[in-house]
Design a protein around this ligand. Structure first.
Ligand code: NAD
Length: 350
């Protein structure tokens, strides 16, 4: 039996990773998740159906709780995803981003180091700490070029600055203590179970409800989109075959402007819900996000060459399937829209 810890396992990417890991019958997964506003109990319920899944409700900043949880789970690898993740919320209130993303990463690295240093030599060599980060740490690209593993760190938002700091901690724990850390810097993910504050689910739900579709600035900002299940595959591969101390850039090769994304979502919604067509009439250009990075794009050549990873999902098909998932899973998002977040504008730095 293989055993894994996934911090942030009740979140968007963490839950996709848990489902992938649990698809192997010889696997047990412990998710450590504090259940912030971004987590959904319905996500956990689906994971619990696997039987080989356990949730530990705890804060990754709680050093003792993390030591206890890691010791009890006795994992073959730890995937560290727990984080505050929404750029706009980091502009309104950076405090949780600093504590969870920096102090929480520190606590996880220390808990992992204590556990790993007590392992027998064979298990010690095989152990991995997969630190999950973002391409946003590299700042903004102009119209040309792509981020690689050697791109300079140049974060623009409190979110990306806190993730950048966490990456430096993770790398330092590998160099200083020999903890077998691998770091992933991944582009924007899309797919099921993403909290509807992020661009794609927000536009889908607003479109469905006939509410305006707010596009920041002129909508020309470019992101490189990757299906969440492709990211999960890359992370699993990094735990199995990633070389300690190495960084892997993970991207989908699907660059689109925000406006292209919103128009494509409107096109799919027009097909699925013709009574609301044309959904494009709901598009409204609004004041831009402060320090809004213009473009992100990832060159995934290294993870392709060294680990044999390639994204499997076609972007337009994956996006249409994501719309269908939200149409078919109202139970998952209805209470969020009613009780936790109604889609109001965040992050204007006022
Ligand atoms: P998410 O916001 O959907 O989920 C984050 C999860 O972490 C939630 O379940 C939340 O409850 C949990 N969490 C937050 N603070 C915690 C704390 N103090 N203790 C324990 N649990 C806590 O985020 P996501 O989109 O799934 O992102 C997961 C990771 O991947 C993050 O580290 C993020 O920086 C990184 N990442 C995300 C993307 C993306 O496009 N979403 C791209 C690249 C990298």
């Amino acid at each position: 039996m293989k055993r894994y810890i996934v911090t942030g396992g009740a979140g968007f990417i963490g839950s996709a990773l848990c489902h992938l890991l649990l698809s192997d019958q010889e696997t047990e997964v412990v998710a450590i998740d504090r259940m912030t506003y971004a987590a959904n109990p319905a996500t956990l319920k689906a994971l619990e159906a696997h039987g080989r899944f356990r949730h530990v409700e705890a804060d990754v900043c709680d050093a003792q709780a993390m030591r206890d949880a890691v010791k009890a789970a006795a994992p073959d690898a730890i995937f560290h995803l727990a984080a505050e993740t929404h750029v706009d919320r980091s502009i309104d209130g950076p405090a949780y981003f600093i504590s969870t993303n920096l102090v929480g990463t520190y606590a996880m690295l220390e808990a992992a180091r204590e556990y790993w240093s007590g392992l027998a030599p064979g298990r010690q060599t095989a152990f991995r700490f997969v630190h999950v980060s973002t391409d946003e740490v590299f700042g903004s690209l102009g119209p040309d070029g792509m981020f690689t593993e050697t791109s300079r760190y140049d974060p623009s938002s409190p979110y990306s600055a806190s993730k950048a700091g966490a990456d430096h901690l993770a790398r330092a724990w590998q160099r200083t203590y020999g903890l077998p850390v691998v770091v992933s810097n991944c582009s924007n993910n899309y797919g099921p179970r993403q909290f509807p504050e992020k661009l794609i689910p927000l536009m889908i739900l607003n479109g469905l409800e006939g509410k305006r579709l707010p596009v920041y600035g002129d909508g020309a900002n470019v992101r490189d989109w990757l299906h969440v299940n492709d990211h999960a595959q890359a992370l699993r591969l990094m735990a199995q075959e990633g070389v300690p101390g190495e960084v892997y850039c993970v991207g989908g090769g699907a660059e689109r402007t925000n406006l292209q994304i919103v128009r494509e979502l409107c096109r799919v919604l027009d097909e699925r819900r013709p009574e609301g067509a044309p959904h494009e009439a709901l598009i409204e250009f609004v004041e831009d996000r402060p320090a809004h990075d213009f473009r992100y794009a990832i060159d995934p050549a290294k993870i392709d060459r060294e680990l044999g990873w390639k994204p499997a999902h076609d972007f337009e098909q994956g996006l249409a399937a994501t719309v269908d998932w939200y149409l078919n899973n109202e139970d998952w998002w209805r209470s969020i829209r009613e009780e936790r977040y109604q889609g109001q504008r965040l992050g204007q730095a006022r």
